[in-house]
Design a protein around this ligand. Structure first.
Ligand code: FE2
Ligand code: FE2
Length: 215
């Protein structure tokens, strides 16, 4: 049986035969920053200040997006995010009830990671699945996202010093693991097999763009 890494690699290679992807946006897209010489010095300074603030945030987001982009196609990016979430769960499971602050911080980190991840799937991948006549899978997976949110709600209500905290995290991890396994081993590979290279690149760019704004 192929390992997850092997199957990811083969998924990728199955789509790499015609890997002449479009180069995406041109530098002309950023022409909004090409101000003319006619702006006065005061306006120029104000715009420069705004640009610095924007650039700081844009730079952070671009860096995060760049890190995601390096991981490849949409399904590989989402699989890497599954691994990141499961690693946060493992850190949570390594805590004890005296570490309620650490538990709270890890829960916040997990919430942010899962929120961004779910958004990418719910706004791009599941709608595309429904369009490809795989609505049953999309509906099943989206309903599980609801239970993922329920676990987050219950854990935040419970407090990190609760004696049931670890048990709840263990149940939560099992759900996420099973959900991720269904996506990675069944639903996403089947969906990807039915795509041509252009459709695959399109879904990848949409997932990237959604993740960019959610970062
Ligand atoms: Fe999902
Ligand atoms: Fe997922």
């Amino acid at each position: 049986m192929a390992t997850r890494t092997q199957s990811r690699a083969s998924n990728r290679s199955s789509n790499s035969s015609n890997s002449n992807r479009s180069s995406g946006s041109s530098s002309q897209d950023r022409s909004v920053f090409s101000w003319g010489d006619s702006a006065g010095p005061l306006l120029g300074a104000a715009l420069a200040g705004a640009a610095i603030g924007f650039a700081a945030n844009y730079g952070r987001k671009a860096l995060m997006q760049g890190m995601e982009s390096m991981t490849g196609d949409w399904d590989e990016m989402l699989a890497a995010e599954h691994d990141m979430a499961l690693a946060i769960f493992d850190k949570m499971l390594a805590t004890d009830e005296t570490q309620s602050f650490k538990r709270k911080m890890l829960l916040m980190k997990l919430t942010h990671a899962l929120d961004k991840h779910s958004h990418q799937e719910e706004m791009v991948v599941y709608p595309a699945l429904r369009e490809a006549n795989e609505a049953a899978d999309a509906d099943h997976l989206e309903s599980e996202h609801g239970y993922i949110k329920t676990f987050i709600f219950e854990l935040s209500e419970m407090g990190g010093d609760s004696p049931n905290w670890l048990e709840k995290v263990r149940e939560f991890r099992a759900l996420v693991h099973e959900h991720a396994h269904m996506e990675e081993e069944q639903v996403f590979p089947r969906f990807k097999q039915g795509m041509d290279e252009k459709q695959n690149a399109h879904i990848t760019s949409l997932v990237n763009r959604d993740g960019f704004w959610m970062s």
